[in-house]
Design a protein around this ligand. Structure first.
Ligand code: PLP
Length: 407
């Protein structure tokens, strides 16, 4: 049976489960921060595959790492370890607070491992009743049943009940709400240093410091979900370094593979003891191809001083976005943590972030939203100044056409 090599968007509705509503545009090629679709239309990419393409598209060092490893060995299973996994784990432990690494394939799986580990650690070290996980409203931790339950957005658990128990939610950036819920039964607090999906809301430093102190007081573990903020995006390798608050467990995915699926849970040697042989696992976790790419990516961040550039590019984005907003007043607030930027829609345009995203696409610019009211940008960490300026000019046009359509 011959297959159409260039299927178009309507095929999606014929053969895919309808849980996504992808745009009509099907990109087929990318280089740096530029992408081309089936009709060879060019786009500037401010979306980065939702904070994934940290070094843009088809970065030569990543292509090399992948193709070199592809010539050697693709898969072994965890019955054996492999060289890329060992090198990557060594690199991550050298560069962070962590002493031990567990590899997974997606953010949700890294978090699933973290949530299981906090319970197992409390079970081993304290008592079985110490099993409550405290998380935050508007947080997002993935789509498995455990991770949607820890995530604080009812719309993602509705219809999937019964959900796992022993999970409570406090208000982000509100320590008093945490104090009211934490107890000796709490085994962990789970928090994103910046709520990404929840609207690009950065934590206050005092809030994260307060969580650290509360965890220490109640013998609970502090888990940072850095799946969106990690791997250089904040301007440090991980945002905890910027906040100077060290977690006990950190989860990382998205940018770690720059587009190749790989994730990790990082922790200390003593906490890791609770994941003894046979307690947890993953067929693909620690796959040699994935680890080879991630090792190349993290090495590139240091070799090319990418993190320093992130802070400069953040300022360039912020001043350009401010310039656009001075002209149109569509946003009421600009928020950022490195190259994770959120533009909150003005009251007059509540619920319209998606409209701007669609106008941007029509004008050759890929952007994201974070909920109905926030336009989100998560570009490559090495996007050139020229691409930033050109993309902002497209955003300007997109907002103009959005406003025209509102009249
Ligand atoms: N945690 C955070 C903070 C995220 O932003 C995401 C994805 O958006 C996830 C977890 C889930 O990651 P994945 O989609 O790779 O499972």
């Amino acid at each position: 049976m011959s297959q159409d090599q260039h299927p178009a968007r309507p095929v999606f509705d014929e053969v895919m489960v309808p849980n996504y509503a992808p745009s009509a545009v099907i990109p087929v090629r990318g280089e740096g921060s530029r992408v081309w679709d089936q009709a060879d239309n060019e786009y500037i990419d401010f979306a980065g595959g939702i904070a994934v393409s940290a070094l843009g598209h088809t970065h030569p060092r990543l292509v090399n790492a992948l193709t070199e490893q592809a010539q050697k060995i693709w898969h072994l299973s965890n019955v054996m370890t492999n060289e890329p996994a060992l090198r990557l784990a060594k690199l991550l432990t050298d560069k962070t607070f962590a002493e031990r690494v567990f590899f997974a394939n997606s953010g949700a799986e890294a978090n699933e491992a973290a949530f299981k580990l906090v319970r197992k650690y409390a079970y081993d070290s304290f008592a079985p009743e110490k099993n409550e996980i405290l998380s935050f409203y508007s947080s997002f931790h993935g789509r498995t049943l455990f991770t949607v339950s820890v995530g604080g957005q009812a719309k993602y658990t509705e219809g999937f009940e019964p959900v796992p128990g022993g999970i409570t939610h406090a208000t982000y950036n509100d320590l008093e709400s945490v104090e009211a819920l934490i107890s000796e039964k709490t085994c962990a607090i789970v928090v994103e240093p910046v709520q990404g999906e929840g609207g690009v809301n950065p934590a206050e430093k005092a809030f994260l410091e307060g969580l650290r102190a509360l965890c220490d007081k109640h013998n609970a573990l502090l888990v940072f979900d850095e799946i969106q903020t990690g791997v250089g995006r904040s301007g440090e390798l991980y945002a905890y370094m910027k906040y100077e608050v060290t977690p006990d467990i950190l989860t990382t995915a998205k940018s770690l593979g720059g587009g190749f699926p790989v994730a990790a849970m990082l922790t200390t040697a003593s906490i890791a003891q609770s994941f003894g042989v046979g307690t947890h696992g993953s067929t693909y976790g620690g796959n040699p191809l994935a680890c080879a790419v991630a090792e190349a990516l993290v090495s590139e961040l240091y070799d090319k001083n990418v993190m320093a550039g992130v802070v400069e590019k953040e300022q360039r984005f912020l001043s350009a976005l401010k310039g656009v907003n001075d002209k149109y007043s569509v946003f009421k607030e600009l928020r950022s943590c490195g190259l994770l930027l959120g533009c909150e829609m003005a009251d007059k345009y509540q619920g319209k972030a998606r409209d701007i995203m669609m106008h941007a696409m029509d004008n050759g610019l890929m952007v994201l939203i974070a909920g109905p009211n926030v336009l989100r940008l998560a570009p490559s960490l090495i996007i050139s100044d020229d691409d930033i300026d050109a993309g902002i000019a497209l955003l300007d046009k997109a907002i103009q056409s959005f406003l025209d359509s509102e009249d």
